[in-house]
Ligand binder design. Structure first.
Ligand SMILES: *Cc1c(COP(=O)(O)O)cnc(C)c1O
Length: 822
């Protein structure tokens, strides 16, 4: 199953490049545009894309990693000593990527299903994969790779062995779909729905529909429900159409539904005047709609109604997200136990590679069930992938993977079945390592996950790492060129985690981290964080440890300076990097203006340390009323650092801006900025442009018990909550010891139960509290949202007369953190 290869000459012609070709026989099998995710560098073509970061800035790094083939749009970016590499110069690298993948698509004649819509694209794609896999060898978009660069990557994975392709396409503004259509060239089109999501980029609903329908302009068959196109008056695409609708004329007309056993839905309808029926294993409206879309597709493609019914009943939930949790024996568990195919394996392995908290990385992998693929080739590829991603141990589960045991270079153990693995789990001595669990559905790896992870106290803080990365990229895009980025990960990264967040930041190549105390820095070092780390509150007792772990102190007073110098003297260390803190108005820590000359004197005669940076902190960068004061701080800071640099006769990094400094005072960026709370999606200057930042943390709990009470009954300590009418309360597993303030009791706090806001009733207890859920349908065990993007941390903070910082950092450590990546 080798990928089709292209010579560099062929690529050059396809993308219409001016070539700087040194070895014309170079063979291209991989495409990449992310310097952090390279595999098989010898056959990789690197596209320097101009996204948030300019890919041209990474060419030297990628060259160092061994890549020798590049598509660029600026000749100036060619590194000096790179005469053995090929550079294809084009006007626009994104268009070149599209040209190449569009040409690749043209090599294949099998059907290609293209899916778009406002919601449900990924689910419908994954379900069609489940439904059609028995006959077809399917290539499909990994995860929800449906963007301007996700689509080219997906299409690039088409090979001659496949017999069907299913790709999703997503657009956020006008004009994007035409580019995606050119790459995918679908022969069958599916519209999943048209909702309100992502309306910003479009003038009207009709405009949005028109844009989406561009994907289907040349399809042979277009499958949709007419209600999605209400109000749209232009011609409907497709040589043929297949429609479905509830109780309205359509090729598939659905007439009846009935819930069975609380979890199945029985559907009845007419298909071309014949009775048809099916059962789907879901009852929520969104899943049912997606399932009907799949049903319609099967019928439109000519499947017999009875076969469709049999397969639909076995549909499995789609869980795209990959979770990072704490496991037994000090392990970290990456749980991706819902699918196993080679493209999603590659994504999961990249995530595994990011995690440096343990030296050892283990993968527990089931048979990869890709029909019609030569399994010898497949396992050969997997073996190469595992090696290139630094995996030390493989535990294979299944007959097929066991058969290819000798292909794997790492420590291995093999088991015929998941049961066999579970019986021998203790013998494997899983200890102090990061474990990726990756299994095809039928292997039920969730059973392995349960055994390996601590049972989670049911109040959890979920941290969305995609959102965090989005916010990070947003602030990066706000920086002027050359400005460095320090990220503040003090206080358990504002409550959201320690090395888990730091690993992601390190992977994303921020320049510096900062913590409040030395022990926070030590924890990061022990977890494999090699970035420079500044410690803001260094203590003489911790100086030794700091030097051992290369932690760089903030020097804010003569006392700290002298104490630190003494330790360096004793240890015989010279030129140790330190950060000088200047007080420009906060009046907390730092040297004042009047200290500068004495400071210069002490520093100039001191070989033991070197000023790597000098910084100050803005007092009210978020507050327009204080902008004059902010400008005064900036001016004083420039003056003070000017004097320091002149006297020391060397320059250092100067920095002053925190999150709102970045957003509101571009002149404050200087050499570096210190990003804090913005990373988690909070930036008070962003009220109106909220969509640029995403919500990172969601606090969830669950219902322990539900009670029906009578009017006048009291709830909780001191009878503070009195039910005004007959009603119903729910006791949930969060209290003030978890960080849910007592001030949120007695109706002040709101939570979401099954999507509806409900108030607290009575006083908040230490480990629990009660909600008035009168009139709401809920059962014991149901999930309850304490905060998310609807019940917002900002609103809770306002009620508590505090700021989001305090709410976030107040969530106690006994609340488990779960990290996920989609
Ligand atoms: C916490 C902190 C920051 C980050 O502030 P945010 O408002 O969270 O961005 C920056 N600098 C210093 C010195 C800090 O203590």
């Amino acid at each position: 199953m080798q990928h089709k290869s292209y010579t560099i000459e062929e690529v050059s012609q396809i993308v219409n490049a001016k070539g700087f070709i040194s070895s014309a026989d170079a063979i291209i099998r991989n495409i990449s545009f992310d310097s952090r995710k390279l595999v098989d560098v010898a056959s990789t073509l690197f596209f320097a894309l101009k996204g948030r970061r300019d890919g041209h800035d990474f060419i030297s790094e990628v060259y160092e990693a061994g890549v020798r083939n590049f598509v660029i749009s600026s000749e100036a970016s060619i590194p000096k000593r790179s005469r053995d590499a090929n550079f294809l110069l084009v006007a626009d690298t994104t268009i070149a990527l599209q040209d190449l993948t569009a040409a690749h698509r043209q090599q294949f004649n099998y059907p290609v299903i293209g899916i778009t819509g406002s919601n449900g694209k990924t689910i419908v794609k994954e379900w069609l994969y489940q439904l059609l896999a028995p006959e077809k060898n399917i290539v499909r978009s990994p995860k929800s790779y449906n963007s301007q660069i996700g689509v080219p990557l997906s299409v690039w994975s088409m090979t001659e062995e496949h017999t069907l392709a299913i790709f999703e396409a997503g657009v956020s503004k006008r004009g994007e779909m035409i580019a995606l259509e050119r790459i995918i060239k679908p022969t069958v089109g599916i519209l999943t729905n048209i909702g309100e999501a992502h309306n910003e980029g479009f003038g009207s609903r009709a405009e949005k529909i028109e844009e989406k329908l561009e994907l289907f302009k040349d399809v042979d068959l277009f499958i949709y429900s007419p209600k999605y196109l209400e109000g749209y008056n232009k011609p409907i695409p497709g040589k043929q159409q297949f429609t479905w609708a509830w109780n309205a004329p359509a090729d598939l007309k659905i007439t009846d539904e009935e819930v069975l056993e609380d979890k199945y839905l029985f559907l009845r309808g007419y298909f071309h005047e014949k009775d048809v029926q099916c059962v789907v294993p879901f009852i929520d409206a969104a899943s049912v709609e997606n399932a009907i879309c799949c049903w319609a597709t099967m019928l439109a493609l000519g499947y017999l109604s009875v076969d469709a019914d049999k397969r639909l009943e076995k549909l499995q939930p789609v869980k795209m997200r990959l979770e990072l949790k704490n496991g037994i024996n000090n392990c970290s568990i990456i749980d991706d136990s819902y699918s196993a195919d080679i493209s999603s394996l590659a994504i999961a392995l990249d995530f595994l590679k990011q995690q440096n908290q343990h030296i050892r990385r283990t993968v527990i992998l089931s048979d990869i069930l890709e029909a019609g693929v030569d399994s010898e080739d497949l396992y050969e590829q997997i073996a190469q992938l595992l090696t290139s991603k630094g995996v030390e141990r493989l535990i294979g589960v299944g007959r097929e993977i066991s058969q290819y045991a000798d292909k794997f270079k790492q420590d291995t153990a093999f088991f015929d079945s998941t049961n066999a693995l579970l019986c021998h789990l203790d013998d494997l001595k899983l200890f102090n390592e990061t474990i990726l669990l990756k299994g095809a559905r039928s292997f039920e790896f969730e059973r392995v996950s349960k055994m390996l992870t601590h049972k989670v106290h049911e109040t959890v803080l979920e941290i969305n790492l995609n959102a965090l990365e989005n916010n990070l990229n947003y602030y990066k895009s706000q920086l002027k060129s050359g400005v460095k980025l320090m990220v503040m990960v003090k206080a358990f990264s504002y409550g959201s985690g320690s090395f888990e967040i730091a690993n992601l930041l390190q992977f994303n190549k921020v320049d510096y981290l900062a913590v409040a105390y030395a022990d926070e820095g030590v924890t990061l070092r022990k977890a494999g964080i090699t970035l420079p780390i500044m410690v803001m509150n260094p203590d003489v007792l911790g100086f030794d440890v700091m030097v051992e772990h290369r932690l760089e102190p903030e020097i804010y007073s003569f006392r700290v300076l002298r104490d630190f110098v003494n330790v360096l003297k004793l240890k015989g260390v010279d030129n140790y990097p330190v950060h000088i803190k200047l007080d420009t108005g906060m009046h907390r820590l730092g040297f004042m203006f009047s200290d500068i000359s004495a400071l210069v004197e002490e520093l100039s005669n001191c070989p033991y340390l070197k000023v790597i940076s000098a910084f100050s902190h803005l007092v009210a960068s978020e507050d327009a009323a204080s902008d004059d004061f902010t400008r005064k701080q900036l001016a004083d800071f420039s003056e003070m650092t000017g004097q320091l640099e002149q006297a020391l006769q060397y320059s250092f990094i100067k920095h002053i801006a925190n999150t709102s400094g970045i957003s509101r005072h571009s002149e404050a960026q200087m050499d570096m900025v210190r990003l804090g709370i913005g990373l988690y999606g909070f930036d008070s200057s962003h009220k109106d442009k909220k969509p640029l930042l995403e919500t990172v943390t969601v606090l969830k709990t669950s219902i322990s018990q539900i009670k029906e009470l009578k009017a006048g009954d009291s709830v909780g300590y001191n009878r503070k909550g009195i039910l005004p009418r007959d009603g119903k309360i729910a006791t949930v597993k969060i209290g003030y010891a978890d960080g849910y303030s007592r001030k949120l009791g007695n109706g002040n706090g709101k939570m979401l139960v099954n999507g509806q806001q409900v108030p607290t009733i009575g006083n908040i207890c230490m480990d629990m509290c009660m909600l008035d859920i009168t009139g709401i349908s809920a059962s014991e065990g149901d999930e309850v949202i304490v905060f998310n993007e609807v019940v917002r941390v900002e609103d809770i903070a306002r009620q508590l007369e505090t700021i989001p910082y305090e709410v976030l950092t107040g969530i106690s450590e006994r609340v488990k953190r779960i990290y996920y990546y989609e």
